[in-house]
Ligand binder design. Structure first.
Ligand code: S3P
Length: 428
């Protein structure tokens, strides 16, 4: 347990850059390992989740070198991975376990994947079911829904799969399996989830084609090592965006943030609440759009949030709920049932924490109804071991009338190890 107490702030000011995008960092390690030749990754996030992915590939014989700035990966080609001699521990990382399950289903060796106490509670059937249709042999606890998972690699056949959830993890697991499966693998989803895999597959030269509503991958083409520069993570930037919006007297410039349209739901939602966020100097890095974000404190108002914007902002709802708590009027969040199966049940966790700081919150099956208050109260908040809950409540503390203490902030290292020093730098 590592508690941290945040003091109310008089402004959030200055210029910062946030660490590299977590999703893109995972995929850089994966595709770099599967490519022929060397891949270099600049700006990779060294959060615990990404280190779990890196260690998994090292355990399968991939050599890497990290000089602190650039990670170099010596790719071994699509058939170059070796059977690991021990269980692979994916830590807290849902992306690691779900994506590599798809990849390992198609190798000619045996693997066992596990994770921490939170990951072992999260649903895995969403990837096991479609992979089984491709011919995969994967076994797990709770009838195949929970890790540890045991994977006996098989020859796979391509399928056409209509995913019932908009999940980049499901889509990407099938795309990775599709690099090996006979024929083509087609995945459609109810609304478009983040498309970093599609972009990076293309960047590495895979046979991939996006079409409205889905993606098609054909096997048989080798990948080529690449130079990648990872943009700043908009999910990490979101904590600072909300901080600058809700603390009066703020002006913050966040440089080099990824603004892939499948990830910018948070910007649309906050702009819809009246937030002042300007996108400056738009550019492209390794196939991903990037911009600098200029944020100024704003009087926010409650809105209704639901539909296709939800997967485009899925990781930002904890901090969006903080913005809603500081807004005038009522915010209704719908269609966000996926929040219940993240690192923790994020609807229950945020509802409980916001209530402790004096906000009226109603939990619904797939969202929440939040009535904004003039000023949050100080409180003792609980992170429940979830990095985004911890960071959201620390942001809330900047705008509260008293101090907010978060009981356990160790989990922040999952995605944003430098969060607290950066917050201390800009909060005055
Ligand atoms: C991720 C996809 C999302 C997101 C997670 C990262 C990814 O999960 O919540 O933090 O990198 O593919 P789902 O695909 O399960 O929605």
């Amino acid at each position: 347990m590592k508690p941290y107490t945040v003091q109310p702030a008089r402004g959030v000011r200055g210029e910062i850059a946030v660490p590299g995008d977590k999703s893109i960092s995972h995929r850089s390690i994966m595709l770099g390992s599967l490519a022929g030749g060397t891949t270099t990754v600049r700006g990779m996030l060294r959060g615990e989740d990404n280190i779990s992915t890196l260690k998994a590939f090292q355990a399968m014989g991939i050599e890497t070198a990290d000089n602190g700035e650039t990670l170099t990966i010596c790719g071994k080609g699509l058939r170059g991975l070796a059977e690991p001699s021990d269980v692979i521990d994916c830590g807290n990382s849902g992306t690691t376990i779900r994506l590599i399950t798809g990849l390992l289903a198609a190798q000619n060796f045996f693997t066992v994947l596990t994770g921490d106490q939170y990951l072992r509670k999260r649903p895995m059937k969403r990837v096991l079911e479609p992979l089984s249709l491709m011919g995969a042999s994967i076994h797990g606890r709770a009838g195949g829904d929970k890790a540890p998972l045991a994977i006996i690699g098989q020859r796979l056949n391509g399928i056409s799969y209509a995913s019932p959830v908009a999940s980049a993890q499901v889509k990407s697991a099938l795309m990775l399996a599709g690099l090996y499966a006979d024929g083509e693998t087609v995945v459609t989803e109810p609304t478009l989830s983040r498309d970093h895999s599609e972009r990076m597959f293309r960047y590495f030269g895979a046979d991939v084609e996006s079409f409205p509503g889905g993606v098609r991958v054909r096997s048989g083409r080798e990948l080529e090592g690449r130079e990648i520069t990872v943009p700043g993570d908009i999910s990490s930037a979101a904590f600072f965006i909300v901080a600058a919006l809700i603390v009066p007297g703020s002006e913050l410039l966040i440089k080099g943030v990824g603004v892939n349209p499948t990830r910018t739901g948070v910007l649309d939602i906050l702009a819809g609440m009246g937030g002042s966020i300007e996108l400056l100097d738009r550019r492209e890095l390794s196939g991903e759009p990037v911009a600098d974000l200029l944020v100024r404190s704003s009087r926010l108002k409650g809105i209704e949030i639901g539909g296709a914007v939800v997967p485009r902002a899925i990781d930002e709802f904890p901090v969006i709920s903080v913005a809603a708590a500081c807004a005038e009027g009522r915010t209704v969040i719908r269609d966000a049932g996926e929040l219940r199966v993240k690192e923790t049940d994020r609807i229950a966790a945020m509802a409980a924490n916001l209530r402790l700081s004096g906000v009226t919150v109603e939990e619904t099956k797939d969202g929440m109804v939040i009535d904004g208050v003039e000023r949050l109260n100080g409180c003792a908040a609980q992170s429940r071991g979830d990095h985004r809950i911890a960071m959201s409540m620390l942001v809330a503390g900047l705008a509260a009338s008293g101090t907010i203490t978060v009981d356990d902030t160790e989990c922040i290292a999952t995605s944003f190890p430098t969060f607290i020093p950066l917050l201390e730098k800009v909060a005055c």
